[in-house]
Design a protein around this ligand. Structure first.
Ligand SMILES: Cc1cc2nc3c(=O)[nH]c(=O)nc-3n(C[C@H](O)[C@H](O)[C@H](O)COP(=O)(O)O)c2cc1C
Length: 299
């Protein structure tokens, strides 16, 4: 690929969503409502991302997994947060209004355990003007088949076929890395009418309590993120980008503009910063600067 082809664009369009730059947040890794409380309107003036992806919501409220929910690994972190959220109605009533005030397009992440649940979520959020796009978190079992939707091309295709007609808004499928052939799942998502795919979600992982033999995490296992997963993410983004013609959002361990550039060179249209935002809430802004501002320190 020529240098010109990999040159990041300052402003771009992601499946019809206008972006001022290519850096988004990974779902569940930046609490914009809490950040607004902490930083006030300064957050809006210097919002670190070109679009905001909400944490995943489910039809009914969820408390999340029992603690402990985090474990630090060499160059990474395992989490078993378990998608705590207010449920669809709670999200629409309490979270959507403040998220609609953000100065960037809003993408809402949703997860159901059946086509019916996904349909309820897509219809519920798509009807709101403030929502620019919907990300489908498919790293969950279908209660009917017992299969993880995003691990199976056939399940992913069937889900998209059920959802595509419900909204003209962009549907982004968040791919799991925990499958032998993520490109086959991405192709199925495209066939079903997805407008983009995003990857990677966390890599399935476990930890043992220090000095013991019991699992450390309350849920038994969790998902690995951070720099440790970056080479896996880069490989999967490249394979997926070669297999589909829809847009690809690349993420997994991105901490610098140089890392973001690698994902764009691998075929991503945009990138997302996840775990890095926990250490530095402005990591996304730094990644953007290093990526697109000439002369910025490219780490
Ligand atoms: C604490 C935590 C919570 C997350 N919550 C979600 C979520 O709600 N929905 C989702 O699709 N991905 C979730 N993710 C996955 C991230 O969006 C991202 O795909 C993954 O962490 C890889 O990127 P990173 O290495 O930059 O963090 C979460 C990750 C972490 C670390």
């Amino acid at each position: 690929m020529s240098a010109a082809a990999t040159e990041p664009q300052a402003a771009l369009e992601l499946c019809g969503i206008p972006l001022r730059h290519p850096v988004l947040n990974g779902s569940g890794t930046f609490d914009a409502i809490a950040a607004r409380r902490a930083f006030g309107d300064a957050l809006l003036e210097r919002f670190p991302f070109a679009a905001f992806v909400s944490k995943t919501i489910t039809p009914k409220p969820r408390a999340g997994n029992p603690p402990p929910r985090l474990y630090e690994t060499p160059s990474g972190m395992i989490n078993s947060i378990g998608l705590p959220n207010k449920g669809l109605a709670g999200f629409l009533e309490h979270d959507l209004p403040p998220l609609a005030e953000l100065p960037v397009p809003l993408i809402v992440s949703v997860m159901g355990t059946s086509r019916e649940e996904f349909s309820e979520l897509v219809e519920g959020v798509a009807s709101r003007d403030a929502v620019a796009g919907i990300e489908l978190n498919v790293s969950c079992p279908n209660v009917k088949s017992g299969l993880i939707v995003g691990e199976q091309p056939s399940e992913t295709l069937a889900l998209l076929e059920a959802l595509r007609g419900l909204s003209a808004k962009p549907l982004i499928v968040k791919l799991t890395p925990n499958t032998a052939d993520p490109a086959a799942v991405a192709v199925a998502a495209e066939e079903g009418g997805a407008d983009a795919v995003s990857l990677i979600n966390t890599v399935r992982a476990s930890a043992v309590a220090p000095g013991g033999s019991e699992p450390w995490l309350g849920a038994g296992s969790g998902g690995l993120s951070g720099p440790a997963v970056r080479p896996i993410a880069l490989d999967q983004v490249r394979r997926v980008a070669e297999a589909v013609s829809i847009a690809v959002i690349g993420m997994g361990g991105i901490e610098t503009g140089a890392h973001a550039r690698e994902f764009l060179a691998a075929g991503a249209t945009a990138v997302a910063v996840g775990t890095a935002s926990f250490r530095d809430p402005l990591a996304g802004d730094r990644v953007r600067r290093e990526l697109i501002e000439p002369g910025a320190n490219v780490g």
